[in-house]
Design a protein around this ligand. Sequence first.
Ligand code: 4NP
Length: 164
Amino acid sequence: MTPSKAVTPVLFVCLGNICRSPLAEGVFAHLAAQRGMADRFAVDSAGTAGYHVGEGVDRRSRAVAAAHGIRLEGAARQVSAADVDRPGVVVAMDASNLRFLKGLASKRSRAEIVLMRDYDAVEPGAGVPDPYYGGPGGFEEVYEIIERSCRALLDELAKRTGAE
Ligand code: 4NP
């Protein structure tokens, strides 16, 4: 059988859409590109809250991404009901984001709403810690968590779509 060429939307969601979810978006896109699968995914990010709408990515997230060869761009936006109703994978950074997204989704939702660290072999089911009020060490820790979780998520989606 010919593998499906369908594009899977993957939306990463945190609270503000300036620290964790733009980092996850950039890391996932980078890993997919490294595996020759960039065109198989429409990668995006959003926040559950609207405090930072229109702002660029936090400079500390940009710095940690740059240290790993990844450039982060884009402006913060708030997640919408349409985001959690259309088919695709919606990845919450922590349990609070997950609750919010499940509450936002309608009965007709066709999205698969999951937790980022459901894919983390080190501490499955934990939250990606919010680094906003901490120091730069927190951003490196968040990077490591996001990178290993994104690798496992990509493995799972690649298997599922027959993309490799
Ligand atoms: P994020 O981090 O959810 O990873 O983007 C935060 C950004 C802003 C705030 C909290 C967390 N804030 O309270 O403004």
